[in-house]
Design a protein around this ligand. Structure first.
Ligand SMILES: Cc1cc2nc3c(=O)[nH]c(=O)nc-3n(C[C@H](O)[C@H](O)[C@H](O)COP(=O)(O)OP(=O)(O)OC[C@H]3O[C@@H](n4cnc5c(N)ncnc54)[C@H](O)[C@@H]3O)c2cc1C
Ligand code: SF4
Length: 615
């Protein structure tokens, strides 16, 4: 990949124009370039992280931040604004907007965020890379919920394999072969599974061979290693015995070949042992991929004569704090939107294209997350290893899905860091009790070394009321629309929360863990059957341009091509038909690989339409 200035790069015609240089855009570009397709990548943010010195500055920002949230390392850029955990608040109609990028109409706030820099949200993701279960693709036919995907696990799994190579996933097939997940004979992941932490082991022993009974079905509670896009020990049996070479840090290849276990994966891995999309960007063929940064796509142009997208209007700015910009048109035979679900939907709505079903922006999902936490009897020494290395997966499936949501239980390795801000919170509490010196030290050791927490990711359906819309009165400094978001957690997921709480209680009891879960009434919450719950955002943007087999009930077809414009592709987690319970990015990456294949085929069939001079 090469980076060029807008003026030069946008004077040429490309095979494919891709909007967004996060993981989906990076994979799509790399794959197309391998097939000698000329690609233009438009990126709204800057490419600072591509230089190791600048990446180190991200680290400095993080160290200095008093509130360590996912956005802390990545400074706000008014020309390509991004949502931030610290400014997520509701704006009821008629009121002045709450600070921040999103206009949130509620009734509940959408609590997830993303990052607008080259590399996208993988700059601060966790790296959990589970596949969806075969039954997740068939929610309508099995459970009468939402819609079936136009794909089946069996035909889709080869794209998962390619995505696992691209991300460098560490996992063991023996662990992952549960509930219908099948792998070809001899398949192994690129790297061995990461070792379980002491926290994992505190659950693994008492839960081995145990079940939780629900509707007469027995759900295993075994602790299972979590597939992770972070460097572990390469498996020499990978790729028919050729092995796998871990990819180190961008701009400093000498480091990052092994995870160092320092538990800061979100929001930043100091050594880049965790995958980020900059690794894919720099690996893509120099001659075929041109990236322009600080170039915000603002509108898609439609050719009314043939219904095709004829170009992408972009706003190119020089300085993040200065709204001065120039407008250009990017042109290519095919346009692919990879700007993540909210931005993709916003761009489509701003352009008035691709919405014959009325479903653009509709049915955005997350995995609303229930946190529970407690103290073990023995010391388990959290804050070592990646943030999560294992989970309890047995409630991801079952007949109960016809009534309420399924969920997966992530076991955290960072004590009560997420729910309470530990260990700072513990210091504050003990000092408040007038504990000092050795007494304070002993109290901290006694508590912090025994802290455990679950992050329970609850399935969410593509509810019609959960949507992204635009409103001309809300614009950013470049004049682009700010997303207006309507969000709620429906009864299907709320009932899943109630069940998840019961299961967590049962597990804590079996493992001898004292529950310290606390309800915070001043934080976002809802009730179900009289019981109040706080919820977190998982960062798992999904839906908004769902795929399907009927143009009236979906936005894209099984090739991720818009039903309305045959040269427009919508790529990434926004095309997911339903959410399942797996962290979604591996699925999005697999969809991106599928899209690259289909776009390559489509270009092969439409050469006669190609116009202009290729880059
Ligand atoms: C805290 C956190 C932890 C997470 N952990 C996990 C995890 O463990 N596992 C998992 O599966 N998922 C995880 N996720 C989700 C994961 O990060 C996303 O699913 C994934 O990064 C989405 O990739 P993307 O390429 O679609 O979008 P993004 O990564 O958001 O990239 C989109 C890119 O498009 C650019 N862009 C946006 N608008 C425009 C425009 N108008 N013009 C040009 N460019 C534009 C952006 O600047 C950005 O670079 C996590 C998310 C968060 C917030
Ligand atoms: S534990 Fe540390 S080295 Fe390993 S992926 Fe997380 S941040 Fe990176």
């Amino acid at each position: 990949m090469k980076i060029e200035k807008a003026e030069a790069a946008l004077s040429r015609h490309y095979d494919v124009v891709i909007v967004g240089a996060g993981i989906m855009g990076a994979i799509l570009a790399r794959r197309l370039a391998e097939n000698k397709r000329r690609v233009l990548l438009l990126e709204a943010g800057n490419g600072a992280g591509l230089s190791y010195d600048n990446y180190s500055q991200f680290l400095e920002n993080y160290y200095r931040a008093s509130a360590k949230v996912p956005q802390s390392p990545y400074p706000e850029n008014p020309d390509a604004p991004q949502p931030d955990e610290l400014t997520i608040g509701l704006t009821p109609p008629g009121q002045e907007p709450a600070p921040g990028y999103f206009i949130q109409r509620g009734p509940l706030p959408y609590r997830s965020t993303y990052t607008r820099y080259a590399g996208g949200t993988t700059l601060h993701w966790l790296g959990t890379s589970l596949r969806m279960l075969p039954e997740d693709f068939r929610m309508q036919s099995l459970y009468g919920q939402a819609q079936d995907w136009p794909l089946a696990y069996e035909s889709f799994s080869r794209y998962y394999e390619q995505a696992e190579w691209e991300l460098g996933v560490s996992a063991d097939v023996e662990d992952q072969s549960y509930h219908g997940q099948q792998f070809p004979p001899g398949y192994v992941y690129p790297m061995h599974g990461l070792p379980p932490s002491l926290v994992d082991q505190a659950f693994a022993e008492p839960l081995r061979g145990q079940f939780y009974e629900l509707d007469g079905q027995r759900h295993p509670l075994d602790v299972i290693g979590t597939p992770a896009a972070r460097n572990g020990i390469p498996n020499p049996r990978y790729n028919g015995g050729k092995g796998y070479q871990p990819v180190g840090a961008v701009g400093s290849r000498a480091i990052g070949h092994r995870c160092m276990g320092n538990t800061s994966c979100v929001p930043i891995c100091p050594v880049q042992a965790k995958y980020n999309a900059m690794k894919t960007l720099v690996a893509s063929k120099h001659d075929y991929v041109t990236m322009v940064t600080q170039c915000v796509a603002s509108r898609l142009l439609l050719d009314p004569d043939n219904g095709r997208i004829s170009g992408v209007e972009v706003k190119s700015y020089d300085r993040p704090n200065d709204p001065a910009h120039k407008v250009y048109i990017a042109r290519g035979d095919i346009v692919a939107l990879c700007a993540a679900p909210v931005e993709n939907a916003k761009l489509m709505l701003a352009s008035g294209v691709g919405n014959s079903s009325g479903l653009v922006g509709v049915g955005i999902m997350d995995h609303p997350e229930l946190l529970t936490w407690g103290l073990t009897q023995q010391q388990v020494w959290p804050f070592r290893g990646p943030i999560a290395t294992s989970g309890i997966e047995g409630l991801r499936w079952g007949d109960f899905r016809s009534r309420h949501a399924s969920f997966r239980i992530e076991i955290g390795n960072e004590g009560w860091g997420w729910p309470t801000g530990s260990p700072g919170y513990d210091v504050q509490e003990f000092v408040g009790q007038n504990l000092w010196g050795k007494q304070l030290q002993r109290s901290l050791i006694e508590r912090v070394t025994r802290q455990v927490r679950f992050g329970i990711l609850v399935e969410q359906l593509p509810e019609a009321g959960n949507r992204v819309v635009i409103d001309p009165q809300y614009r950013d400094p470049l004049g682009n629309f700010r997303p207006v978001i309507h969000y709620d957690v429906g009864d299907y997921s709320r009932a899943g929360f109630a069940k998840a709480r019961e299961v967590s209680n049962a597990i804590f009891q079996r493992c001898g863990i004292a529950d310290h879960t606390t309800f915070f009434p001043d934080q976002p919450n809802f009730s179900y059957a009289g019981q109040p719950f706080n919820y977190q955002g998982a960062g798992h943007y999904m839906g908004g341009h769902r795929m399907g087999s009927d143009r009236n009930t979906s936005v894209v077809d099984a090739n991720l091509c818009s039903w309305d414009h045959n040269n427009l592709y919508l790529v990434g987690c926004g095309s997911m038909t339903t959410s399942g319970t797996s962290n979604p990015t591996l699925t999005g990456a697999a969809l991106s690989i599928l899209a690259a294949e289909r776009i390559h085929q489509a270009l092969g069939n439409t050469q006669a339409i190609a116009t202009g001079v290729s880059a």
